[in-house]
Design a protein around this ligand. Sequence first.
Ligand code: PEP
Length: 253
Amino acid sequence: MGNRLPLIAGNWKMYKTGDEAVQSARRLKELAADAAGVEIMIAPTFTALAQVAAAIQSSNIALGAQNLHWETQGAFTGEISAPMLVNAGCRYVIIGHSERRQYFGETDQSVQRKIRAAVNAGLRPVMCIGETETEREAGKTFSVLDKQIQKGLEGFVFQDLKSLVLAYEPVWAIGTGKTATKEQAQEAHAYIRRQLAAIVDDGFARQVRILYGGSVKPSNVKELMAMPDVDGALVGGASLDPETFSQLVHYQG
Ligand code: PEP
């Protein structure tokens, strides 16, 4: 078992204007100030990043973005690059979220390019993987995870991936209120860790943090976090309200 610092991350999706995001971030900063033994990250929408960075300065909360483009700059209207995110104050970036895969044509190959861009800029990628309900019912969960990991991390070596975080997010559990059972989460996380040991390196697999995502809330966070291969949570809905999110970052009691 590695010595992995738990990470509780909030994905604010396309919610909150800049002003609303700052208000939530300020409240969270107060509420989470005493949270120990846990790392906290929030990922507001692009337009709120710089404002939120200022609001959480000198706090125990890190800033993340929800996506990026793989080029550093260029004629890519509407896109945002890794150096731009760094300049806005980001330390993390979520890559390959299932909503991006489902609605915006994200592929394992674009995920791979985006991870490379993040690593090159010194951003910590949070790579999302997970199966749909149909895939789970067809017994394809592990083969789907395999493909996403192998293609998404193709060409990387341990040295590149030191700051990588994985997020196992079964698509059927995102925003649906259905949570994977703690046993289902543990089974998938243990499988992912074994695959990472096989395709990257044993040491890497022991130290990499694997977050669970999918309807995490105050009532289930403790039992999920108690599983040996669950190193944190990527939280959508329950991260929007600072009071609720604060309960999640205080899951240790
Ligand atoms: C997510 O968006 O990554 C997520 C897990 O959402 P929710 O917590 O709302 O299911």
